[in-house]
Design a protein around this ligand. Structure first.
Ligand code: AMP
Length: 288
């Protein structure tokens, strides 16, 4: 495995391997099973697998955890190598942003809800860095986790709107045995919070079960999820929403593919989770 830390060297490397089919997994590192599942699938479906680790300052708000975001380069390099990554791209902030950007990108419609509402500018930072990374790496396939389903929907629009010749793949959320979605941010949780955090998934499942049982009113589903969270945890709900997917528009009735999504604060840690399902409640496994 090659570890490349500068944009220029990465571009030279890509030129040398073209026209091989590149599968790409963008990440912020501190690898867990969720990241590895994306790499494993990319390994099966492509000739060359590129993963990147870049904690992108542009997508963090002033009061967010950019400085404390968990990092472990040595372990990530080992795990990437073990998982069959061919090139691990770990650019410095200076290499990615040698000067302040004077071109700005913004995503509108799909950013007005869910995490976009509470994290102003977050998705603008995400699409900016991904545009740069897609241009540098020139992948045929890009792999994202459905854990960040709003991100997936916005990247889908980015690829369509800007005509990137890329197939986008969304893979299922990897969870602990108790249902807690794996996340680099889980290390912030105390033992009690970790226990309570398992209720995010259980609450989503309770909401989904109502749909399976024939309920079509989003208000009733959301109320059920809220009741479970408020009864079982001391977390503060940021949002619980049920929206069309991937459009992320409000629904009067559950009559198409939709997302039931939740964000809850446990002290300084904000956790997100979601379920994506069809109008009859059956869970969507892979997108793209
Ligand atoms: P991050 O390093 O948190 O930016 O995540 C990098 C990629 O891994 C994104 O596409 C995430 O959606 C995906 N990912 C994060 N957590 C999980 C998980 N528990 N299961 C599957 N994919 C995940």
């Amino acid at each position: 495995m090659k570890v490349i830390r500068s944009v220029k060297l990465m571009q030279q490397e890509i030129l040398a391997i073209t026209p091989k089919k590149i599968g790409y997994v963008p990440t912020m590192g501190f690898f867990h099973e969720g990241h590895i599942s994306l790499i494993d699938t990319a390994r099966v479906e492509n000739e060359i697998v590129v993963a990147s680790i870049f904690v992108n300052p542009l997508q963090f708000g002033p009061n967010e955890d950019y400085d404390t975001y968990p990092r472990d380069e040595a372990k990530d390099i080992m795990l990437a190598e073990e998982s069959g990554v061919d090139i691990l791209f770990m650019p410095s902030v200076e290499s990615m942003y040698p000067k302040e950007m004077s071109i700005s990108m913004s995503s509108s419609k799909q950013s007005a809800v869910l995490c976009g509402r509470s994290r102003t500018g977050h998705f603008d930072g995400v699409i900016t860095v991904l545009t740069k990374l897609f241009n540098i790496i020139q992948p045929s396939m890009v792999y994202f986790g459905m854990k960040d389903a709003q991100q997936f929907a916005i990247v889908d629009t980015l690829i369509t709107d800007l005509n990137f010749p890329i197939t986008l793949v969304g893979l299922p959320t990897i969870r602990e045995a108790n249902g807690l979605a794996r996340s680099s941010r889980n290390v912030y949780l105390t033992a009690d919070e970790t226990e309570e955090a398992t209720w995010l998934y259980k609450a989503l499942i309770a909401g989904n079960q109502l749909v399976v049982d024939g309920e079509t009113n989003p208000v009733i589903i959301i109320k059920e999820v809220l009741t479970v969270i408020n009864t079982e945890t001391v977390g503060t709900v940021d949002y619980i929403e049920l929206l069309s997917y991937p459009e992320l528009q409000p629904l009067a009735d559950i009559n198409q593919q939709c997302i039931l999504a939740i964000a809850v604060h446990f002290n300084r840690t904000r956790l997100i989770d979601n379920l994506l399902f069809d109008s009859n409640g059956s869970i969507v496994k892979r997108l793209g």
